[in-house]
Design a protein around this ligand. Structure first.
Ligand SMILES: *[C@@H]1O[C@H](CO)[C@@H](O)[C@H](O)[C@H]1NC(C)=O
Ligand SMILES: *[C@@H]1O[C@H](CO)[C@@H](O)[C@H](O)[C@H]1NC(C)=O
Ligand SMILES: [Cu+2]
Length: 314
């Protein structure tokens, strides 16, 4: 029975691979960075990307995982890439990316200290540095940012603005698929140290939290691309705040150290991050959405994420 459960979980994990996915690689200035591998054991993985566990999309703008996917906490061996302000960062999705209807968006969030490691992405404030919605044609049959992403080797290149203050940041690449409703969000985050930056922080109206930055009723998330109206509609309202540099609010203070104590508290709270020392037997469940039991496996087994709903000691 346990063996059958394993096979079933693996089979269903494999079937999700076909239709969806996420950011698997990054590059900057000729350097390549492998992303987190959601279907491999977390043990020993080193990546600049925050860990995530499933190719499936998020389909609710209020989902707690909307910031950095499930679960988006730092890895045990979390890395950070050092990139220059003004340089290009490219994110690579699984290729070919299957969804060509919907926008591309890139956000930054500055962390309060000298590193983002251990910082809860839900406590950060994000500003949008890049967006591409409907590029030409109609909502019904036009060219979208995600279509351009597919044409560009299923990758998206964003320039880190030369004006952002130097510091530790999460970068959040996102594509939203609108071929069916509810809209499908595909966000992943990576840790950056931005060097050589400027002095233009975001304004208050440019900053959002995730969840919080989108609403399930946003016109850009509820649009029916197959409607009669869509056949003549040539504008598309990209969700989220105004782009960095276009806000009209007052300058926001830099992330404060008072929020650091909140991070410290949250990092001591029970987390769903799989661990490798514990009480769960081989083939037992050790994690997954809604699971509240023990997360540590008896030696020598490792808690392995099979999909968002099921991690197993293997
Ligand atoms: C797509 O849009 C163009 C320009 O409006 C139109 O000429 C063409 O017939 C449309 N194609 C389809 C398949 O609807
Ligand atoms: C296309 O993307 C893959 C990663 O998905 C990468 O290995 C390859 O170098 C890219 N090709 C070009 C021409 O950038
Ligand atoms: Cu998909």
């Amino acid at each position: 029975m346990h063996a059958f459960g394993t096979l079933f979980a693996l089979a269903s994990a494999a079937s999700t691979v076909v239709a969806h996915g996420g950011v698997l690689w990054y590059s900057n200035a000729g350097q390549w960075y492998q992303g987190w591998q959601p279907y491999n054991s977390p043990t020993g993985q080193t990546s600049i990307q925050r860990p995530w566990s499933t190719y499936n999309p998020i389909t609710d703008a209020t989902d707690a995982q909307l910031a950095c996917n499930d679960d988006g906490t730092s890895g045990a061996l979390q890395l950070t890439a050092t990139v220059a302000a003004g340089s290009d960062v490219t994110a690579y999705w699984n290729s070919p990316w299957p969804h060509n209807i919907g926008p591309m968006l890139t956000y930054l969030a500055q962390c309060p200290g000298s590193t983002c490691t251990g910082v809860d992405s839900n406590t950060l404030e994000w500003f949008k540095i890049d967006e591409a919605g409907l590029l030409s044609g109609t909502v019904y049959n036009g060219t979208w940012g995600s279509g351009k992403m597919i044409a560009d080797n299923s990758s998206w290149t964003t320039t880190i603005p030369a004006t952002v203050p130097s510091g530790s940041y999460l970068i959040r690449f996102e594509t939203i698929a609108l071929h069916s409703l509810p809209a499908q969000f595909y966000p992943e985050c990576a840790q950056l140290t931005i060097t050589g930056g400027g002095s233009l922080g975001p304004t208050t109206d440019e900053l959002v939290t995730f969840p919080g930055g989108y609403s399930n009723t946003d016109p850009g998330l509820t649009i029916d691309v197959y409607s009669n109206a869509a056949q003549t509609e040539t504008t598309y309202p990209i969700p989220g705040p105004p782009l960095y540099g276009t806000g009209t609010g007052s300058p926001a203070p830099p992330p404060s150290s008072s929020s650091v104590s909140a991070y410290a508290q949250s990092s001591t709270a029970p987390s769903s991050t799989p661990t490798s020392i514990g009480t769960v037997a081989q083939y037992g469940q050790c994690g997954g959405t809604g699971y509240t039991g023990a997360t540590g496996c008896v030696a020598p087994y490792t808690c392995t994420v099979l999909n968002a709903y099921y991690s197993q000691c293997l």
